[in-house]
Design a binder for this molecule. Sequence first.
Ligand SMILES: [Zn+2]
Length: 59
Amino acid sequence: MQKWRCVVCGYIYYGVEPPEFCPPCGAPKEAFEPIAGGVNKLPIWARKDIENSDNDKSK
Ligand SMILES: [Zn+2]
């Protein structure tokens, strides 16, 4: 699934398209940039989120 990052607050959104507004900071969807991969570049809390979502696979 495509990942989107809010350039204003760093919020990560998962979806085909970015949300109309960023939930935490209210920035418009133009503030979202696509993330191709590069998990290591994400803030640590975002990496933790992704690790948690992968737990189902590694079980
Ligand atoms: Zn934001």
